[in-house]
Design a protein around this ligand. Sequence first.
Ligand code: MSP
Length: 533
Amino acid sequence: MPPGHAPVYITTPIYYVNDRPHIGHAYTTTVCDVYARFQRAMGRDVFFLTGTDEHGIKVEKSAAERGLSPQAWADQNAAEFRRILGLFALTNDDFIRTTEARHVSQVQAFIERLKARDVVYLGKFEGWYDEGQEEYYTETKAKEVDYRSPVSGRPLVRASEENYFFRLSAFQERLEALYREHPGFVRPEARRNEVLGRLRDGLQDFPISRTNFSWGIPMPGDEKHVLWVWVDALFNYITALNLALEPGAGADAAARADLARQRFWPASYHVMGKEILWFHAVVWPAMLMALGLPQPHCIYAHSFWVAGGQKMSKSLGNFVDLESIQAYLGRYGLDAWRYFMIARGPLAATDADFTAAAFHEAYTTDLVNTVGNCGSRVTAMIGRYFDGRVPADTAEPIGDIDWAAFTREQVARCLGAYEELDLGAAAASALAIVRRVDAFINATEPFKLAKDESRRETLGAILYRCAEAVRISALLLEPIMPQRMGELLAALSAAPTQPLDREVHWGLLRPGASTAKVALFPRVDAPGAAPSA
Ligand code: MSP
């Protein structure tokens, strides 16, 4: 690990076990995976967390419909989520489930601290309730949404209940200061502005316990209440790091290992979809303030994958579901799927359209015709003209490009973009290097020089430069396409041995190293075309 660099911690939302895994879950988790792989390649100390959100009335009800206990239903679905996430070559360091004892006991410890600090108190709620979302609305808020759930469209129901409340109103000023002092706290910018707009309306205390069902974490000291699922869920980000454990909680090796995880707090990035930003951008920071814990570096709320310009939804039946993802994986391969998620996905403030045609176009243009074609051209020529050994470079200027300077510039852009979670831009800078190699080959025509023995040194220098540029772009693309880029680097005998930012220096490819011809991305028929035999 480079000295002075803080540990890196990245999280996905924890997914509701009631849902079947779909493109949304695959997307956010892949974004986090790419970031985690990038940071590990940089030699940093990384923790990447995902998991499942398992409490609440919806889980209780759907378990009952199936004649199962909520725990059995949650076990079954959490296992399915874990299995599915395995399809995407994810490198999460842990998978947290909110029904695990380690989570439950720590959440209770945190709630007790909040009660002791009078930030959680018993009160009475009068207002409206969104049954689907398990969310309470004050009269003003309910009026704003026309007394209907903004999510399901179903009418809100009248509610009057004794509840434990979280004293959110006490954090108004501190939250405003946090936003003022850390302009990058919520990203992208458009999302930050939305949160600021809502903050200006003023914050109100809100109920965090329920008594109308029992599938939740019991409220410590008052077990007829269970904790509202959202508060329970947010804590996962710190229970996975054992943050409630006191130093000296146990002296054995396992206890020490548990405590060692605490070094990952505060999180570098909490990544999620924009629909759940409020909880992460306001409720969560206030809870952390109340507990005296430092704030995450950035709350990143991406936009949505939509289908043909329309929101994906179960009722419209246009969700890119698991079966359809598997069809893409079968047809194009996992790396192509990951590439499309990253290069064309909705990380920025606008939604991204998922269509078979766009997928096919990105695959063919960027992967088959650019990365794959360039990789096979270069390795094939080195095979043919230099017996598969990397030739030596010379000092001779060739063409109108200074490769060391050009790659240095693209590398700086690419690494900077990765750090900022601007993953589409990171991919684009790496691709720009490959495109330049193609143009260089077309301009210098090594296949013609090969016919002239007196130009052999120049031929070698051209191919060295091509292979070196390909090596650098493969290293930069490896967090996104680990399988194919691993193959490409192996074919150049150039598996990385040091941190990425040092490995991408121009000139590290070793002359004389053996190479192998690669075929990375096979051409695939356009969707709708008859499948080839
Ligand atoms: N359990 C809560 C989160 C608690 S976090 C403390 C939850 N779960 S969820 O299963 O509904 O997952 C929501 C997340 O899935 C979104 O925030 C986003 O990360 C992802 N997506 C769901 N649909 C999506 C798209 N159509 N497009 C991109 N990602 C979306 O909310």
